[in-house]
Design a protein around this ligand. Structure first.
Ligand SMILES: [Zn+2]
Length: 322
């Protein structure tokens, strides 16, 4: 074959190939779709972190970004989510932390909470919720049905009724309006025999291209109960216990950052070495409230415009046992 024929064949092949692409032979917009899929699959956004501990009074939540604060409340959970006027509080620490949480919210001029979530009935999640409801206007109190016989649960329900707060037991797939963001209930197990931990209301927040997953104390049973999307930030389940954060789960979620809310020198020896190892193996960056700044406890303040994320360590300690 002459050189000329060869190059002619090449040109003809190229024309046919381009024609096939344009005519949709490879599926709609083959190349475009492929590159978008690539982006969605990797789902990584630009994340900046600051090693400087900022003073609590430097935290200004009056901005038009998504703000999430993962608080240090000792061996307990408390996470604030704010986007403009929309406010969600996920858990409110132990009984002894309630007052500190209320004080912090008041200093930040948060006078109203749209969604107060008690992920499950354990004291280290709903203990401080009564103080919040007594002092701050709450629109809706969201909690599971499991664990309703517990003292803290009953107490919280009584105060919610007293204050005429709407009480809601969500089911998987429920959505909450949250300004330009959406919040979906990923799990809310209520079958008979479900443990308090596995009844945790698991929430996924989507804000533009960024995703955040809040696991409560959900364990492997919940992780194995469904499929998961990739997220940018994971609030690690059950304070970094070995019974959560399975490899199978992490392989799906692939978090860029994983935040563990855990008490310094807690009696449960959390987080577990094995869970930390699995998280490390997944390639995620781990942030711990018990070691926010080296050996110092603290909170993490995340802000996002929906395309990039900034996480700062902040010198906030709302642990009431201190
Ligand atoms: Zn817990």
């Amino acid at each position: 074959m002459s050189r000329r024929k060869k190059s002619n064949n090449l040109i003809i092949s190229l024309i046919i190939f381009i024609f096939l692409c344009v005519s949709g032979y490879f599926g709609t917009d083959y190349f475009l779709e492929n590159s978008q899929t690539e982006n969605i699959l990797s789902n990584e956004v630009y994340v900046t972190t600051s090693s400087n501990i900022e003073n609590a009074n430097e935290v200004d939540l009056n901005n038009d970004k998504l703000n999430i604060i993962f608080f240090y409340v000792g061996q307990a959970d408390c996470t604030l989510v704010k986007l403009n006027d929309e406010v969600m509080l996920i858990d409110a620490g132990n009984n002894s932390d309630g007052e500190n949480i209320v004080n912090f919210l008041e200093t930040k001029n948060i006078t109203q909470i749209d969604y107060l979530v008690g992920t499950h009935a354990d004291e280290d999640h709903i203990g401080g919720i009564d103080d919040v409801m007594k002092n701050i206007e709450v629109e809706k109190f969201i909690l599971p049905t499991v664990g309703s016989e517990g003292t803290d649960y009953k107490n919280a329900i009584n105060i919610a009724k007293e204050k005429n707060i709407l009480i809601e037991n969500p089911t998987m797939g429920d959505n909450y309006e949250f300004g330009n963001a959406t919040i979906e209930v990923m799990s809310a197990m209520e079958e008979e025999g479900t443990s308090d931990n596995n009844s945790s209301i698991v929430l996924e927040l989507t804000y533009d291209i960024t995703k955040y997953l809040f696991m409560g104390d959900a364990e492997t049973e919940v992780e194995n109960s469904r499929s998961w999307e990739k997220v940018n930030v994971l609030k690690v389940g059950h304070h970094g216990s070995n019974s959560s954060s399975s490899t199978k789960f992490l392989n799906q979620v692939k978090p860029q950052y994983s935040i563990i809310e855990v008490g310094k020198n807690n009696s449960y020896n959390l987080p577990s070495e094995k869970a930390i190892q699995r998280l490390q193996n997944s390639g995620t960056n781990i942030l711990r409230t018990d070691k926010a700044d080296g050996e110092e406890v603290g909170s993490f303040w995340l802000t996002s415009d929906g395309n990039t994320i900034d996480i700062k360590e902040v010198n906030i300690n709302l642990d009431g046992d201190n």
